[in-house]
Design a binder for this molecule. Structure first.
Ligand SMILES: Nc1ncnc2c1ncn2[C@@H]1O[C@H](COP(=O)(O)OP(=O)(O)OP(=O)(O)O)[C@@H](O)[C@H]1O
Ligand SMILES: [Mg+2]
Length: 268
């Protein structure tokens, strides 16, 4: 079997708080193959954002190991791109300059012209052509999130981490962004981890959904989502999707302690 691109092996982590250690992750194992797109769902506060910080090398686990592309993660990595629920765009820079920002921090082989062409291409890909010279406040929430996605992709990251990127958007804008994500993934190969509270989003975008248990989180359930060709929104209304959503909903109830636990399972 080929080595997974993201490999989280037996990670356990606790935060040191004033009232003592707070165990957050407990012997967590997650692996994502190259080009894979995993969605991570689980109860609020179970440790999902903590997991993203560990993958990005922004934090070290107490025990266990995080590997990216065969290298052990020991610090922040430039091969990781991140986007969050509230995109922090700099108001004094144009949208184009916001997208180019990571290249001022991370070394790049691209010339100024190539970098700008790439930024323009990404903006076009997400439907923001014509907005390059606007300021962030001139854009809607959905547009700002699209710009933030371009910024996360500008340095061609191997790994893209999305922590509830569409959580603050209305339902229709969110669905637009899901379709844009499919388009982006087709053109810009990356290995993705998506944190979400939206089960429909998880089965629409990901090829595997990982359900974390309540805190301290461990992998409670994994659901493989069959990827047969491009997906459109109709996909959300098929009996197969309804069945997957019912399974995931039930698993979330177990994770929340609202339904009795079953032995851990992996669905194909
Ligand atoms: N820096 C920190 N110091 C202490 N405790 C923290 C810290 N960061 C997070 N926590 C705690 O760790 C737990 C997990 O936090 P985390 O942000 O990873 O959860 P989450 O699954 O992303 O939650 P949500 O779904 O609400 O975004 C929470 O109880 C949180 O209060
Ligand atoms: Mg979080």
């Amino acid at each position: 079997m080929t080595q997974p691109l993201i490999d989280i092996k037996g990670v356990t982590h606790a935060y040191q708080t004033q009232s003592g250690p707070l165990p957050v992750l407990d012997n967590l194992n997650v692996s994502v193959p190259e080009g894979g797109f995993a969605a991570v769902v689980g109860p609020s506060g179970c440790g999902k954002s903590t997991l993203t910080r560990l993958i990005a090398g922004l934090m070290k686990p107490d025990t266990g190991e995080v590997w990216l592309h065969g290298e052990r993660v020991k610090g922040p990595r430039s091969t990781v791109g991140m986007a969050f629920q509230n995109p922090v765009l700099l108001e004094w820079r144009s949208i184009l300059k916001n997208v180019l920002l990571p290249l001022e921090i991370v070394p790049t082989k691209l010339s100024k012209k190539e970098a700008e062409d790439r930024a323009r291409h990404l903006l076009e890909l997400v439907g923001l052509d014509g907005f390059e010279d606007k300021r962030p406040s001139e854009l809607s929430g959905g547009m700002r999130q699209r710009a933030s996605l371009c910024r996360a992709l500008i340095h061609q990251p191997e790994v893209l981490i999305l922590d509830e990127p569409f959580g603050a958007l209305d339902a229709f804008t969110r669905e637009d962004l899901w379709q844009i994500m499919h388009r982006v993934k087709e053109e810009e190969p990356f290995t993705g981890v998506l944190i979400t509270h939206d089960l429909r989003e998880s089965v629409f975008l990901a090829d595997e959904v990982i359900v974390l248990s309540g805190r301290p989180a461990t992998t409670q359930y994994r659901l493989k989502v069959p990827m047969d060709g491009p997906r459109d929104l109709e996909h959300l209304y098929t009996p197969e999707t309804a069945e997957m959503l019912a399974i995931l909903r039930h698993q979330i109830e177990i994770a929340q302690g609202r339904a009795p636990a079953e032995s851990s399972e992996v669905a194909e």
